[in-house]
Design a protein around this ligand. Structure first.
Ligand code: ZN
Ligand code: ZN
Length: 409
């Protein structure tokens, strides 16, 4: 095993680069098109391959190429930036009105997680609609509309498939033009209605023949409609866990906690201790000893487990509902701010992209300023990945040369 300290900073990327080809050869069934595409994108992140923008000062002949990033949650360098951007935006929304929040966590039992694993696309969206539907239904019956953000996580500490939902909901909501305080969301009633909707979805999926049975249930539980209903009956008895932390004033801290893993890969760089071509050691929670200890896994199984959590394309794992839904947000926020006056108006966010702000903080210069006139260079061209391929550009230098520019810094 090599020493972790000598490794490049981005360990996940290094693992993909050095060991994925052998994995793909050995386990082609797990290296799906989607997985391969994701890895390809991560390995091409911030290179010319994914496309780029060309900025330049035509007068002074200085130019700069800004490559596109892959934006994938599994890409450590993108995840940090995106996590921060998401956090800034979410904090701005949640603190735009002066209310406290309830923090709800729903943990799904292992057997249900296992079923979701085999029916991801179908059931993950059912989870979103059922949980949000239960809360909106309960609140609407009491005459008010709350606002909430819901986040789904599929990964446990050992990369096992373990579904849990986090929800941050206003302690109250809007009733016509009034704010109604609500300091109690009843866990049992909400959980029951949530479970009912999920089980209805399972039954519907079975009848529509969309249901994929996990191998351990395939033979006896799912062979006929009667067996399936019996099987669901047993599943219903298993305890689901819903925990509510009430009346929290610091939505920002909880969002920080959610953001830490939300936009990031299920395993962070710092948890990976060492690896070689056959195994990997990473820190994972030991539930008996109640602390994180080194955990050894074969590299093949590590990849198989990890790829279960590759984000589904165009499937957001964070969604906003009620007062905070895209449809309602603009309509209500001003009214709400009038009703519950915000203590301090939030500062206007810097409109420049985060990388540019960070670069300036670090190097003391605006990366898009011309070194001679100091003016912002003009955006001259936007190359898509396809154009780069067609034009045959292999590096940033080639692009600058083609436009007779000198690299600005
Ligand atoms: Zn990236
Ligand atoms: Zn200039």
């Amino acid at each position: 095993m090599e020493n972790a300290k000598e490794k490049p900073i981005n360990k996940l990327r290094d693992l993909f680069e050095n060991y994925f080809p052998a994995f793909e050869f050995k386990y082609p069934q797990y290296a799906t098109h989607h997985v391969k595409q994701t890895i390809q994108k991560i390995l091409s992140c911030r290179t010319v391959v994914l496309g780029c923008k060309l900025y330049g000062c035509v007068e002074h002949g200085f130019g700069r190429v800004i490559p596109f990033s892959c934006g994938n949650r599994f890409c450590v360098s993108c995840a940090n930036a995106r996590g921060q951007a998401w956090l800034d935006e979410a904090v701005a929304v949640l603190t735009s009105i002066d209310t406290s929040y309830h923090f709800i966590t729903i943990t799904v039992p292992g057997s249900i997680s296992q079923i979701i694993k085999f029916n991801k696309k179908l059931l993950l969206s059912e989870f979103f609609s059922s949980a949000s539907g239960s809360l909106i239904y309960w609140s609407r019956k009491r005459g008010f509309l709350p606002g909430f953000v819901m986040v789904m996580q599929t990964s446990g500490d050992r990369l096992n498939f373990h579904v849990h939902i986090h929800l941050l909901i206003t302690s109250g909501g809007l009733f016509f033009n009034r704010w109604i305080k609500n300091l109690h969301y009843p866990p049992d009633a909400i959980l029951k209605s949530f479970k009912t909707l999920i089980f209805r979805a399972l039954r519907r999926a079975y009848l529509n023949q969309d249901f994929v049975s996990p191998p351990e249930y395939a033979d006896n539980a799912c062979s006929s409609k009667e067996d399936f209903n019996k099987f669901l009956g047993k599943l219903w008895e298993i305890n689901w866990n819903l925990h509510i932390a009430k009346d929290l004033k610091k939505a920002k801290d909880i969002l920080g906690y959610i953001a830490r893993y939300l936009k990031k890969p299920p395993i962070s760089n710092s948890r990976i201790i060492e690896y070689d071509d056959s195994k990997i050691v990473f820190m994972a929670r030991d539930y008996e000893k109640k602390k994180r200890l080194p955990y050894i896994m074969s590299l093949g199984y590590f990849f198989i487990s990890l790829f279960e959590h590759v984000p589904i394309a165009h499937f957001p794992m964070v969604r906003w509902y009620g007062l905070f839904s895209n449809r309602n947000k603009k309509k209500y926020i001003e009214l709400l701010q009038g009703l519950i006056p915000s203590k301090e108006l939030k500062e206007k966010l810097d409109p420049r992209p985060l990388w540019r702000i960070k670069y300036e903080q670090k190097h003391g210069i605006d990366p898009l300023a011309c070194p001679v006139c100091k003016k912002e260079m003009e955006l001259l061209f936007c190359f898509s990945a396809r154009m780069i391929k067609e034009l045959g550009f292999l590096s940033f230098e080639e692009i600058l040369r083609a436009f007779c520019f000198i690299q600005s810094f």
